[in-house]
Ligand binder design. Structure first.
Ligand code: GCV
Length: 684
């Protein structure tokens, strides 16, 4: 019998438990940090890198680790095992191992902090092995986490829109929290994976949240101060209508001189208060948010208005391309939501200011479990593009299901929009190098940060892929396990490693197997988006349809007979997707409407595939549950009891939900098609 589980009220250490720092903490560490001037906030704009503050964080980190594990801070000239040194160098940091001694050199304290955490991640391996001289720098200049946190609890969306981890770490009781210590702990976790920018409020900017830009700036400055010690810069989502709603102007027309002056003054105030402020994020003309269309202007006009205001301060504007008609008539078969971002943005290429980053959701629809890569990513060579991912699991199990998303993100980042050879074989990760990467955070004030303890792996993996998108997702998972489940001596029980791979490595494909099939998407309960509802969105204005009838299913997006969406891709994909003979199985129903009897490349019919994958998916969840159960004898020695309890509770719900998905999808399509399952399983 299990004894009662005592839950530690402190936030879970995630990937930085003390044990994770054992290898560095046992060493003699030298720091060569020249005396740096006082905190940047005393000298507006003087030191956007916050050198002094981050340098003292680094000193404190080294002290903390060496005190905990018996090492020490030594004179940098006294042959330390690990020397951390500031050196005029290139971007990122340099890691040199020479006869078992390690030197990490970087040009800024933030880069050096990233280098320190690199050594932490390597553990003992940092100090063993052959001599090495490596340079490490992030693939993407801008690595941002977007929080969809509201200051006020929204009547429908709650404190955190699409948040599945409790309340907000920034806001409570309708204001910025007094105690922001948890925000600094968050920044520490982010620094350990190289994330250095956070947008602290929801892109749906309601009246209360709009005021963060003006009346509440002192509170935003407090949040920025809580993030700053770890080199993380603050961004704000702003409302395009702010000149009217906050400034009392009669218009928000981007070409109006008073509107331009209002934004310039707003930006001046922000940077005067927060010298290392990062910039603005904007959702405009999308799902009810105001935008330039009201004035007959386009998104380049809108984005450039804000870009002009932030440019004198070195700020950036992340302008989202998630623009579509959410009041569509389901009877209108000519409108295709998948086309919308490309239709709006591709013609504007070349018109965006240099400090505008056009932020594009990875797929043309909305963070589905499977979608093709957005064609916008191949259509704007003159713009700085960022790819937007969703770490919060809105459509992938809402942190009740274990679903490790790194393999999915990795596929997107590695996709070659021009095929193998076209455009020098560039992949999405190359296209977005200058604009970077952004993702919706999955963090809240839950003890485990992410609701499901295993969802921490997604946040960790996002950071690591934002630094190096070529990393193998299984290797990243292995790193996460090694850090998160490190015992006091830094070691992880080998069975814990094995089981976490068994549970998570393939969990995204497992989730795909028991939910909406073959890229058709949605089929979720409207509004909250959890659990199955095949026709939930079928006759709604949202543009997310599957068109299943008694004969077949899928959306015809071909040029020949459908919406023409395939034509938004360059060759070869425009033709690969157009042709049933070459369209990949996993995206078949995204691009084509086919009879249930259509035979997939895999050799089975669409309907039999749908039946089989749903049963197989549930079986795989059962295996996940059994794998986790097999760790019971290692609780609490190698797996903390509270982690175990929460994971068990979530896995039980995942199994319940997977069975529900299976039975609804299976039964619905049998009833619709009348085609029996070749394996004759129970139909309700
Ligand atoms: C913040 C989806 C979500 C919305 C979200 C929107 C967006 O539609 O369901 O909650 O709004 O994406 O990305 O702006």
């Amino acid at each position: 019998m299990r004894s009662e589980i005592v839950v530690d009220p402190a936030p879970h250490p995630a990937w930085l438990p003390d044990g994770a720092l054992a290898a560095v903490g046992r060493r003699r560490v030298g720091l060569r940090l020249p005396e740096l001037s006082g905190p940047a906030r005393d000298i507006p704009g003087a030191d956007p890198d916050n050198s002094a503050e981050v340098a003292s964080t680094l000193r404190a980190e080294v002290d903390r680790a060496t005190t905990a594990h018996g090492g020490g801070v030594v004179d940098p000239d006294d042959s330390p095992d690990l020397l951390l040194t500031l050196n005029p160098d290139r971007h990122g940091f340099r890691f040199v191992r020479d006869g078992g001694r390690v030197t990490v050199a970087a040009s800024t304290p933030t880069a050096l902090l990233h280098g320190w955490f690199h050594v932490v991640r390597l553990g003992e391996a940092a100090f063993t092995g052959p001599d090495a001289d490596e340079r490490h720098s992030p693939a993407f200049a801008l690595r941002v986490l977007d929080h969809w946190d509201n200051v006020d609890v929204h009547p429908v969306m709650g404190q955190v829109e699409r948040g599945y981890s409790g309340g907000s770490i920034f806001y409570a009781d309708g204001r910025v929290r007094d105690d922001l210590s948890r925000v600094t702990t968050y920044a520490r976790l982010l620094a350990a994976v190289g994330i250095d920018r956070v947008c602290i409020n929801n892109v749906n900017v309601h009246a209360r949240e709009a005021r963060l830009l003006t009346d509440d700036l002192p509170d935003v400055a407090r949040v920025a101060a809580a993030l700053r010690p770890y080199g993380v810069r603050t961004h704000l989502a702003v409302s395009f209508a702010a000149p009217m709603t906050l400034g009392g102007l009669p218009t928000s027309d981007p070409l109006d001189d008073d509107v331009r002056a209002w934004w310039r003054a707003a930006a001046d105030r922000v940077w005067a208060t927060i010298p290392d402020f990062g910039g603005f994020v904007v959702k405009a003309d999308s799902e009810g948010q105001p935008g330039p269309f009201a004035y007959g202007r386009d998104h380049a006009d809108g984005a450039n208005l804000l870009a002009e205001a932030v440019a004198p301060h070195g700020g950036v504007v992340h302008w989202r391309a998630f623009v579509y008609d959410h009041t569509q008539d389901w009877r209108d078969r000519s409108t295709d939501r998948a086309r919308a971002a490309h239709d709006h943005f591709a013609p504007l290429d070349g018109r965006f200011a240099d400090n505008v980053v056009v932020q594009v959701k990875h797929g043309p629809m909305d963070f589905q479990t499977r979608e093709p890569v957005s064609p916008v990513l191949a259509a704007m060579p003159a713009a700085r593009l960022a790819i937007e991912l969703q770490v919060t699991q809105e459509y992938t199990g809402q942190q009740r299901h274990a679903c490790y998303l790194a393999p999915w993100w990795s596929e997107n980042l590695g996709f070659r929009p021009w095929g193998g050879e076209g455009d020098d074989g560039r992949a999405v990760r190359d296209v977005v190098a200058s604009g970077g990467i952004a993702a919706v955070s999955n963090v809240g004030d839950d003890r485990f940060w992410t609701g499901h303890p295993l969802a921490q792996a997604n946040l960790y993996a996002f950071g690591r892929l934002a630094w190096d998108p070529t990393l193998d997702p299984a290797t990243v998972l292995d790193e996460w396990v090694g850090l998160t489940f490190a015992g006091p001596d830094g070691a992880v029980h080998p069975r814990v490693r094995e089981v976490l791979h068994a549970v998570l490595d393939d969990s995204w494909r497992t989730y795909e197997a028991y939910t909406a099939p073959l890229g058709v998407g949605f089929m979720v309960r409207p509004g909250h988006h959890y659990g199955p509802d095949v026709d939930g969105y079928e006759y709604t204005p949202w543009g997310t349809y599957h068109f299943a009838d008694r004969d077949g299913i899928g959306v015809d997006r071909t040029r020949a007979t459908g919406t023409g969406f395939t034509g938004q891709y360059p060759a070869p994909w425009r033709d690969v997707y157009e042709d049933l003979a070459t369209c990949p199985d996993e995206l078949l129903l995204f691009f084509h409407h086919v009879p249930y009897s259509h035979v997939l490349h895999s050799g089975v019919t669409v309907i039999q595939h749908l039946y089989d994958t749903h049963f197989a998916g549930v079986e795989r969840v059962r295996e996940m549950v059994a794998a986790w159960e097999s760790l019971a004898d290692l609780v609490p020695a190698a797996v903390p009891a509270d982690v175990d309890a929460r994971v068990r509770e979530r896995l039980a719900e995942q199994l319940r939900s997977a069975v529900e998905w299976r039975d609804q999808i299976y039964t619905y399509f049998f009833r619709k098609s009348g085609i029996p399952d070749a394996h004759g399983r129970t139909i309700y």
